[in-house]
Design a protein around this ligand. Sequence first.
Ligand code: HSE
Length: 399
Amino acid sequence: MTKMAIMGFGVVGSGVYDIVTKNADTITKKIGEKLEVKYILDIRDFSTHPGADLFVKDADVIARDESVTLVAEAMGGVTFAYEYTKKMLMAGKSVVTSNKELVSKKGTELFKLAEKMGVSYMFEASVGGGIPIIRPLVNCLAANKVESIYGIMNGTTNYILTKMFKENQSFKDALSDAQRLGYAEKDPTADVEGFDTMRKISILTALSAGCELDDDKIPHEGITKITAEDVLCAEKMNASVKLIGYSRIRDGKVTARVCPMIIPSDCPLYSVEDVFNAILVTGDMVGDVMMYGRGAGKEATASAIVGDLMDVVRHKGKFDKNFSWEEEKEGMFFEPSEEENVFFVRCDKTKDEAKAVFGDVKFVEGASCAFITEKMTEKAFDEKADTLGGVLSKIRVYM
Ligand code: HSE
């Protein structure tokens, strides 16, 4: 039997408990032994919960108990989660997490610590909720140089975009439904302003490039500026608008960005809706591969955590991580203003005025002045937009 603890009994932590309890027989059959939850760490009162005896408020109780070898961290954030993760790793326990912020900011240190202690630090649930993406990227696609990653990686915003623009719900109602369904972060600003996607693309890019990326260097925008007019124009072009985290790697240099994107109907990301996420990886040998599934929610995210827990048990505490994750290298980032993109623009100028500045653009039929530019650098776009006297919408186009 392997004894484990759960740190944080919110949406995801309680999902881990439910799966370990409900699917106990399946889990035992697959790993050859029972997985037993011995402690749940949470400062709130759970005295009426059927597992009330398991709750503790002091992380040291878990750290000191040598019979516990495995810990699921579902606390979120980088304060207590960071402190307790280090404590557990230092006590020789493997830690499995869904905490993208912690992995993206402290991955270098935590992977080294796990290595030193001969235990595992696993994070499949940190990107894409229930979708397998970390293992496919570092194992199945290991033979490739990853050229690009484009992902719809935030369930909350994809849910909101679907509800607002397909079902005419208000932003406020769609967000409160996403919160009720357990999709949104404690502070949903992290979802709607793109921070959550930024952390996830940072993790995937770090795995592909072999070193940590400072999140602060990833330009990011959320969904709050997308208008009904933008979505209508996209539909006229047979395209959709999605919040995308992307990275492109060329000659060891990386660009990464989070922004709304116009997705044409021939791209597999086009029809990903609701809480679903999809991550499109392009490798130099394999070509395009897309992983798709539920990107947020209790059971989906907990399913990825429990999968990691089971792998740690199967590998007797030391799952071979199979990737390198070093500190950020000087000069590895491509200057964002020099990055090239194609842009969708909506403006309150005439078509002739737009053409005079942007040249031979493709106008959206049936819209007053909306068009798609040629490929150009971010800097060149901003200069042209200034010359035009500003634009109403600027959305990058998937290419
Ligand atoms: N708030 C996140 C989302 C949860 O909506 O995708 C999963 O990481």
